[in-house]
Design a protein around this ligand. Structure first.
Ligand code: MLT
Length: 245
């Protein structure tokens, strides 16, 4: 189990350098909606997910594969990309659509955070949907843990920070140890402040307003469900799979 001062929180993709993660474990967080969607896809039987940083990266990989073997998935600024099979709503990733499929996944911030974490010892994909599995994974090792909030184009995101705070709150049994990093103090305090009204608070976040006329009804509520899925997606050698499987 890591010591209390060995858990830190970064608040956007741009807030860290690749080298900052070398030798550490990373939990990548994009509650609205990339990591929630990945968790749903993995739970519903997707074989593997290839995260890419941009459309060019997605096309490059797609060109090397048989057209029947993959689905192009993701969004730009919340909107499904023209020509893609699926957008970034977790509700699209049902078993009929994703079972045994390889998903090439490209989002505005979330997949960039995942790609940038490639020097970490372990890379876990977390959101409220698999909170307990992430907590269990955090307790298994004693290396430093960094909770990486994807944010929005370099800026802070309330929903990601609340989930980082929730992890810290439950990891430490509701009591923040004396010796913790500044980022952990901020996330923990924010969660303490809003923990009784999580969904309502997240529904009023900047990103929820950004998405309100763009995404299927119910996405925000879906992403706020705690422990809906019992999976631990993680990235190894550039591929996200269920680490249980
Ligand atoms: C992202 O990667 O920035 C998000 O998942 C955007 C979204 O809500 O589609």
């Amino acid at each position: 189990m890591p010591e209390s001062n060995y858990i830190d929180v970064y608040f956007s993709v741009q807030a860290f350098n690749e080298e900052d993660l070398r030798g550490k474990s990373a939990v990548i967080i994009d509650v609205l909606r990339a990591t929630s969607t990945i968790i749903t896809a993995v739970s519903n039987g997707a074989k593997k997910i290839i995260p890419v940083a941009d459309m060019e990266g997605a096309s490059r990989i797609a060109r090397t594969m048989d057209a029947n073997d993959f689905l192009l998935c993701g969004e730009k600024d919340g909107i499904t990309i023209e020509g893609y099979h699926l957008g970034n709503s977790p509700q699209e990733y049902n078993p009929e659509t994703v079972v045994d499929k390889t998903l090439i996944f490209n989002t505005t911030n979330g997949t960039k955070a995942i790609k940038k974490a490639n020097l970490a010892n372990r890379i876990y994909i977390g959101a409220f949907l698999n909170q307990q599995r992430i907590l269990n994974a955090m307790k298994e090792h004693d290396d430093e843990v960094v909770l990486i909030c994807s944010g929005w184009r370099g800026r802070f995101s309330l929903e990601d920070t609340l989930f980082a705070g929730s992890l810290l709150y439950h990891f430490f049994g509701g009591e923040l140890p004396y010796k913790t990093k500044d980022g952990a103090k901020i996330a923990f305090s924010l969660f303490e402040r809003y923990k009784e009204d999580l969904e309502e608070t997240i529904a009023k976040s900047d990103h929820a307003y950004r998405l309100q006329n763009l995404v299927p009804k119910g996405d925000i509520a879906f992403c706020c469900e705690i422990d809906k899925f019992d999976v631990l997606p993680g990235m190894r050698d550039g591929l996200i799979t269920n680490l249980d499987g």
